[in-house]
Design a protein around this ligand. Structure first.
Ligand code: TYM
Length: 330
C-alpha cells in the first residue's frame, strides 16, 4: 500500500521557539517513517510582514538547519524552501478565485496581524491562508501536523478542497489537521494567556531553540506563576499549567505524576528542575545545528534535492488543476 502524505510548514521569521518545536516540529519527526512527508520553510509567507532581505535569507537557512538538527531526515522526507517550488503560488492564484472574502475576513490571525501592522495592511496578509491551503493541497496531503493556532487555517484548506472538488470534479484530498492534545499551544512565559511567539517584544516570554543554558535557566526562573503556592494542574494556575505541559513535552512523564512528585516541593525547585529538563532536551539540537552551519554545502544539497522531489509531485498536480479549470495545455 502507498504511504499516506504529510505536509507541514514553518515560517523563517527568526530562530524557532520551543512552542514551534513542541507544537509542531517534534511531531513532524515522528511521522517520517510511516508517511511520505513534505516539510517546507515558507519564505513566501514570511514576506507578508516586512523583512530585511539579507536577514530573511539567513533565517531561511537557519531554520532549515534547525529542522535537520531537530531530527528531520532528508533521506526520508522532502525538506525544501517554498519559493523554490513555483506550483504553490500558482495553485494559490486558482484557489483565490474560489475563496470568499468573508471567509478571509473571519480569520483570527489576520485580524490580530492587521491590528499589529496597520501601516502595512497588504493584500498578502489577507490571502495568506489561501497560499497555505495551496501548500497543502498541491501535494494531496492527508495529514497536516500543526499547533492549535493553525486550526482555522486548516478548516479553510479543507473547505477549499471540497469546494474545488464540487465545482470541477474530484481532485484534491481533503486534509486532516494533526493537532496533538499535549503541547498544541505553548504559552508565553510572561503572560500565560497569550501564545508563545518569537514576535513577542519581551524576550523573556519565549525560549528559542538556540538559547544558551543560562538564558533558559533565567527565563524559566522568571516565568510568571501565581500566588497560590501549590503545584497543581488547572486553568486558574495558567502559568504553572504551561510549565507542566513543557515538562511533560520533554520527558513524556504523565502530568499527574509530575504534579504529585513536586506537590510538596514548591515552585522554586520545580522551576530549577524544569530548566534542566529543557537544557538537556535542547542541547543536542543546538550542537547538531552548530555542526550543520559549518557545512553549508550540505544544506544546499538538502534543499535542492528536497525541491526536486517536491516539484515533481507539485507540477503533476498543478497540470491536473489547470486542465480542470480549462486552461489550454502548454
Ligand atoms: P508558524 O511558522 O507560526 O509556526 C510553525 C508551527 O509551530 C506551531 N506553533 C506552536 N505550537 C504550539 N505552541 C505555540 N506557542 C506555537 N507557536 C507556533 C504552529 O501551529 C505551526 O504548526 N501558517 C503557518 C505556516 C504554514 C503552514 C503551511 C503550516 C504555511 N503553510 C501549510 C502547515 C501547512 C505558520 O505561520 O506557522
Amino acid at each position: 500500500m502507498e504511504k499516506k502524505i504529510v505536509f507541514s510548514g514553518v515560517q523563517p521569521s527568526g530562530v524557532l521557539t520551543m512552542g514551534n518545536y513542541i507544537g509542531a516540529i517534534r511531531n513532524w519527526v515522528e511521522l517520517q517513517d510511516e508517511y511520505n512527508c513534505f516539510y517546507c520553510v515558507v519564505d513566501q509567507h514570511a514576506i507578508t510582514v516586512p523583512q530585511i532581505p539579507k536577514d530573511l535569507r539567513k533565517n531561511t537557512l537557519d531554520v532549515l538547519a534547525l529542522l535537520l538538527a531537530a531530527g528531520i531526515d532528508p533521506k526520508k522526507s522532502a525538506l525544501f524552501i517554498q519559493s523554490h517550488v513555483a506550483a504553490h503560488s500558482e495553485l494559490s492564484w486558482v484557489l483565490n478565485t474560489i475563496t470568499y472574502m468573508g471567509q478571509l475576513n473571519r480569520m483570527t490571525q489576520f485580524k490580530e496581524k492587521s491590528r499589529r501592522s496597520e501601516e502595512n495592511l497588504n493584500a498578502g496578509l489577507f490571502t495568506y491562508p489561501v497560499l497555505m491551503a495551496a501548500d497543502i493541497l498541491i501535494y494531496n496531503a492527508d495529514l497536516v501536523p500543526v499547533g492549535e493556532d493553525q486550526k482555522q487555517h486548516m478548516e479553510l484548506a479543507r473547505d477549499l478542497a471540497e469546494r474545488f472538488n464540487n465545482r470541477y470534479s474530484d481532485t484534491f484530498t481533503v486534509p486532516d489537521p494533526l493537532i496533538k492534545k499535549a503541547g498544541a499551544r505553548i504559552m508565553s512565559l510572561q503572560d500565560p494567556t497569550s501564545k508563545m511567539s518569537k514576535s513577542d517584544k519581551d524576550t523573556n516570554a519565549y525560549i528559542l531553540l538556540l538559547d544558551k543554558p543560562d538564558d533558559i535557566r533565567r527565563k524559566i526562573k522568571r516565568a510568571v506563576t501565581d500566588s497560590i503556592g501549590v503545584i497543581a494542574y488547572n486553568d486558574e494556575q495558567a502559568g504553572l499549567k504551561n510549565l507542566l505541559n513543557i515538562y511533560n513535552a520533554f520527558t513524556n512523564e504523565p502530568i499527574d505524576e509530575i504534579v504529585s512528585r513536586y506537590e510538596n516541593l514548591g515552585y522554586g525547585k520545580f522551576k530549577e528542575d524544569l530548566a534542566e529538563v529543557i537544557v538537556e532536551g535542547l542541547s543536542p539540537i543546538r550542537e547538531k545545528y552548530d555542526y550543520l552551519m559549518k557545512n553549508k554545502d550540505y544544506l544546499e544539497e538538502v534543499y535542492r534535492e528536497g525541491a526536486k522531489k517536491a516539484e515533481y509531485q507539485a507540477e503533476k498536480m498543478l497540470r491536473k488543476v489547470y486542465r480542470k479549470v480549462g486552461f489550454v495545455q502548454r
